[in-house]
Design a binder for this molecule. Structure first.
Ligand SMILES: [Fe+2]
Ligand SMILES: [Fe+2]
Length: 207
């Protein structure tokens, strides 16, 4: 994984959307958050440095594939914004820490400490809704983008009682389903194996 290359690609993709305020957003992302180097999770998919940016690009890649299969009914701009910003809530969210290695203890009968990712949410606002709120500090979002970002976890967002509005959003805007599917495809792709994780996202701009 090339962390710098991934971040530059994300900047390029978002700049190409031409969305008003995107320069300010990107400056914030680069200099006031850890988006470039953050992991995508603590123990699941892409729990490595740069994992969040890689996962965001993978989600964009799959969103484009799905959108193409559906006859490109969603605009390239909507797809790009929703895919790349869906997990914005994970900036300034993970910290590196230490934990006792239970597996090592079982194997060797000795304790040792290992580096782990822990959650230290600096702004506990939720998940998809937090991504929307953070993005809206800098840029306007279309209703479909807001709903796609808000509901990308589908029913995995079990803490949320709002199943009814989620289903309404999914019926109202195809983008909501596309981003949720792309997110799950990216996560599946990332957990398949080392080779899959290291393979760069092959994406192209469509004009
Ligand atoms: Fe997510
Ligand atoms: Fe995600």
């Amino acid at each position: 994984m090339d962390i710098e290359k991934n971040f530059q690609q994300i900047k390029r993709e978002l700049t190409l959307t031409g969305r008003a305020g995107i320069e300010d957003f990107l400056a914030w992302l680069e200099f006031e958050t850890d988006f470039k180097s953050a992991p995508a999770s603590t123990i699941h998919h892409l729990n490595v440095l740069g994992g969040l940016a890689q996962h965001s690009l993978n989600t964009l890649r799959f969103a484009r594939v799905i959108n193409k299969e559906f006859g490109n009914r969603e605009s390239e701009i909507n797809i790009t914004i929703a895919a790349l910003l869906h997990d914005l809530c994970k900036v300034n969210y993970y910290i590196q820490g230490e934990a006792w290695d239970k597996e090592w203890k079982d194997k060797t009968n000795q304790w040792r400490k290992i580096a782990v990712w822990k959650i230290d949410d600096k702004l506990p606002l939720g998940h998809g809704e937090k991504s929307v709120i953070l993005a809206r500090k800098f840029i306007d979002l279309a209703d479909s983008e807001m709903l796609a970002i808000r509901w990308h976890m589908v029913k995995w967002d079990v803490s949320d009682p709002g199943i009814k509005p989620m289903n309404e959003a999914r019926d109202k805007y195809p983008l909501v389903k596309i981003i949720a599917m792309a997110d799950q495809m990216a996560e599946t792709y990332e957990t398949l194996g080392e080779e899959a994780v290291d393979e760069p996202a092959q994406i192209q701009i469509q004009n």
